[in-house]
Design a protein around this ligand. Structure first.
Ligand code: NDP
Ligand code: 2IT
Length: 452
């Protein structure tokens, strides 16, 4: 019988090896640490999982593609970006995960996101494997025509690696409905196929699912509400701080408001806005979704209830709830200490890995309910899987139906994480619950399918 401490030693060795074999990929190391550090109890309790090679296979992507993306700007200048698709694990279904266009993208970032996606997708219970992709292209300040030419060039290589039964990309930072449209158009042109299920996040009129744009934010709020319910509380009357002002942040604010909470902040890389009356969503959507502007113009146009703070930390604003919805490592130890001092009750991750390991530790120690991204933000990829199901059946569901399914999926994920944490002597620890529950599903499928 393997003890937990023997298992922990073996995992520590593996983590050291991961760092050696994947140099200069700090985000991937961080994501691997966060998962592997919680697996010792399940590996000790279930000897079949401790089989040599299982976890080693899990941390090595099945396939990694890196390619050149040349494109011309409106002045005719040629730019060369780098494109990535990491197909991490397909034991449960076709690779599934978004594309990120942001200057900070590199192989390590895409690998961290792809690794997280394996467990997140397993938690949805919907038969999707894990993958992620993107480019170091920066869409900020680019014209529609430039973004279109970039997307066409990106897809001119990507098309050979994807397909409705193979690998199904979607959006992430810098990739929304506009980009998915250009990418889908180029895929259709190159392949001469109407293959709706090759991408998700499509427009509602041409194969997209209703509620997909809302799904990540709505789902995160439902997850936060479920954590609060465990503590005998609800969202009504709670003040919430939200970071970001993109897809996830906007629909997080929308659902918080609908359920009676007061979302008082949003942010972008220029700074944050506090609006004591609550964020005016019509104004925020106009600025971000229509004009593609910056959050300072929200404060200018909103009037006296709102102010813009350049730079600074949105986590300085006192609140009952915090929903980080921008990017990785945006909430550190100091931010966590400030949130705790201000009496925060729950932190639920809309973004992927927004809280640093030190911040997570501090929040959990202080008894704050903490929802890790791979559980809390799984609503987006879950509705992507529902989009694939609708595409396959050549049908489209009503918004009400999709929203009901989303609510059921989020409740199930919450229950699964909660019960799994209890089963492994970590009551209330959603990080352990999410990692072990996701791991069990993927590991069972990998064991059944042999050493591949
Ligand atoms: P968007 O591109 O729509 O919005 C991103 C927002 O975050 C913008 O306000 C952006 O500000 C801000 N941001 C991004 N990078 C940085 C940075 N390095 N520093 C400061 N601010 C930053 O992306 P999404 O809303 O789709 O994604 C947000 C997060 O949610 C990401 O972590 C993503 O992985 C995660 N996620 C997304 C899902 C989806 O369905 N879209 C599903 C699950 C998770 P600026 O414009 O100034 O850069
Ligand atoms: O991080 C994520 O889960 C996403 N960006 C959504 C992926 C998807 O395939 O919808």
């Amino acid at each position: 019988m393997t003890t937990r401490s023997e298992t922990r030693t073996a995992l520590d060795h593996l983590l050291t090896e991961i760092e050696h074999r994947n140099p200069a990929q700090p985000e991937f190391h961080q994501a691997a640490h966060e998962v592997l550090e919680t697996l010792a109890p399940v590996l000790a309790a279930r000897p079949e999982y401790a089989e040599p090679g299982l976890v080693e296979r899990l941390v090595e992507p099945e396939r990694q593609v890196i390619f050149r993306v040349p494109w011309q700007d409106d002045q005719g200048r040629v730019h060369v970006n780098r494109g990535f698709r990491v197909e991490f694990n397909s034991a449960l279904g076709p690779y599934k995960g978004g594309l990120r266009f942001h200057p900070s993208v590199n192989l390590g970032v895409i690998k961290f996101l792809g690794f997280e996606q394996i467990f997140k997708n397993a938690l949805t219970g919907l038969g999707i494997g894990g993958g992620k992709g993107g480019s170091d292209f920066d869409p900020h300040g680019r014209s529609d025509a430039e973004v279109m030419r970039f997307c066409q060039s990106f897809m001119t290589e990507l098309y050979r690696h994807i397909g409705e039964h193979t690998d199904v990309p979607a959006g992430d930072i810098g990739v929304g409905g506009r980009e998915i449209g250009y990418l889908f158009g180029q895929y259709r042109r190159i392949t001469n196929r109407w293959e709706a299920g090759v991408l998700t996040g499509k427009g509602a009129g041409w194969g997209g699912s209703l509620i997909r744009p809302e799904a990540t934010g709505y789902g995160n709020v439902l997850f936060a509400a479920a954590m609060l319910r465990e503590r005998g509380e609800d969202l009504e009357g709670q003040t919430a701080v939200v970071s970001g002002s993109g897809n996830v942040a906007i629909y997080t604010i929308e659902k918080l408001t609908a359920l009676g909470a007061n979302a008082v902040t949003c942010s972008d890389s220029s700074g944050y806005v506090v609006d004591e009356k609550g964020i005016d969503l019509d104004l925020l959507k106009q600025i971000k979704e229509v004009e593609r502007g910056r959050v300072d113009s929200y404060a200018e146009r909103r009037g006296s209830s709102a102010r813009f703070v350049p730079g600074g930390s949105v986590w300085d604003v006192p609140a009952d709830l915090a929903l980080p919805s921008a990017t990785q490592n945006e909430l550190d130890e100091n931010d966590a200490a400030t949130l705790i001092r201000n009496g925060v009750k729950a932190v639920s991750e809309g973004a992927n890995m927004p809280a640093t390991p030190e911040a997570v530790h501090l929040l959990q120690q202080a008894g704050v309910a903490f929802g890790p991204g791979k559980a809390a933000n799984a609503g987006g990829v879950a509705v992507s899987a529902l989009e694939m199901a609708q595409n396959h059946a050549r049908t489209s569901w009503t918004a009400e139906r999709v929203e009901e399914e989303l609510a059921d999926i989020m409740t199930n994920i919450h229950t699964t994480c909660h019960e799994t944490a209890e089963r492994y002597d970590a009551p209330g620890d959603y990080v352990t619950g999410a990692n072990i529950a996701g791991f069990e599903r993927v590991a069972d499928a990998m064991l059944a399918q042999g050493v591949i």
